[in-house]
Design a protein around this ligand. Structure first.
Ligand SMILES: Cc1cc2nc3c(=O)[nH]c(=O)nc-3n(C[C@H](O)[C@H](O)[C@H](O)COP(=O)(O)O)c2cc1C
Length: 340
């Protein structure tokens, strides 16, 4: 089983993260992690402030001569040029601000924002890079793509750029849908004996755990509700690679709906918790859409769950040990699956 934790604030000195239970023998370079972080940081729809970050990841432990050792992996990303904004008793609508202020008994929304901010997802991507690399070395391909940006479906980078520009000029923001797929997964990951062993419930938690993600579906998802059983069962892709909480040997397909970024450049009406006067909460540096960046985070969050499920099923403290067991399982189950 893999476990991970992150710490750090948006305007703090750094973000840190620990990944534990990761096998030895996985070769990974800082350049590989940087490339993943760059995909998140420079995704379409992000604000100009992203250019100020470098997102250079320092590997503090768990790596020796470029290969994981089996020891806990500790990572650090320094925040560059960040000054803590002044205290504010004006919660931003659609954010963690109001419930967070009530929860922690504070009149300073900044105290809440600092940790609730999606800046933290940079560390999830850095930790997820290790899972992605492990899966890649075992021939399992995890990918993500944006299926819709606002009302535009199958967004191409060109059409998305035009739509984002139009939204930005109009002082608006956009939501969207992204998909995460995993190919060449062995059958039998996850379980059905308890609800929390079901792989679908674990993937849902990981993906709904991304800031701004409000919808999750597997395979045919919500569209299945309108279909007759005959039509639905005729298409194996409707299962999305999961049956009974376990991988079934087919490609895994997950989709997430991301809400439009709530931080509007023209402001959104809120109530100051000190004065109870109505005031505009203005977000000048907000992203126009988080969907492209969230897709990258989703890919890494899913990779962490899949790698964890793989390690639970096959054990193995080192990559060669894990690979041997997985190859044997693939050979055995392949004999059956190929004949279906
Ligand atoms: C990578 C990423 C970047 C985001 N950037 C912004 C932003 O610039 N401005 C904003 O208002 N929301 C942004 N969001 C969305 C907010 O973090 C999210 O709306 C907020 O956490 C509340 O969402 P929740 O109700 O789903 O938790 C971003 C989300 C992600 C994943």
């Amino acid at each position: 089983m893999l476990r991970y934790l992150t710490a750090g604030e948006s305007h703090g000195e750094y973000l840190s993260g620990v990944l534990e239970g990761f096998p030895s023998g996985v070769g990974i370079t800082p350049a590989y992690i940087s490339a993943q972080l760059r995909r998140r940081r420079l995704a379409p729809g992000r604000s100009a402030r992203q250019a100020l970050e470098t997102d250079r990841c320092e590997i503090l432990s768990g790596l020796g001569r470029g290969t994981t050792t089996g020891a806990p992996i500790a990572l650090l990303i320094r925040n560059s040029g960040r000054q803590l904004p002044p205290a504010s008793s004006l919660p931003r609508p659609g954010h963690a601000d109001l419930p967070g202020m009530l929860k922690y008994g504070t009149l300073d929304a900044v105290q809440v924002r600092e940790r609730a901010s999606a800046r933290e997802t940079a560390m999830r991507v850095a930790l997820g890079s290790f899972a992605l690399r492990l899966l890649e070395l075992l021939g399992i391909k995890v990918r993500s793509r944006v299926l819709a940006l606002g009302s535009l479906s199958a967004a191409t980078p060109e059409s998305a750029a035009a739509l984002l520009l139009r939204a930005r000029r109009a002082g608006d923001t956009l939501g969207g849908v992204f998909e995460v797929t995993a190919e060449n997964l062995p059958a039998g990951l996850g379980g059905f004996a308890q609800w929390d062993r079901r792989l679908g419930s674990r993937l849902a938690a990981a993906l709904l755990g991304i800031n701004g993600v409000k919808g999750f579906e597997v395979g045919g998802g919500f569209a299945l509700a309108a279909l007759g059983g005959r039509a639905a069962s005729g298409d194996p892709s409707f299962s999305g690679g999961l049956d009974g909480g376990m991988t079934n040997g087919r490609a895994l397909t997950l989709r997430c709906a991301v809400k439009p970024v709530p931080g509007l450049p023209g402001g959104a009406l809120s109530t100051d918790l000190r004065t109870f006067k109505k005031k505009l909460s203005v977000s000048k540096t907000s992203d126009t859409s988080a969907v492209f960046a969230a897709a990258v985070v989703g890919e890494h969050a899913a990779a962490l769950e899949l790698a964890s499920a793989l390690l639970e099923k096959f054990g193995g403290d080192s990559l060669p040990e894990l690979r041997r067991r997985l190859d044997e399982w693939r050979k055995d189950t392949g004999k059956i699956l190929r004949r279906l």
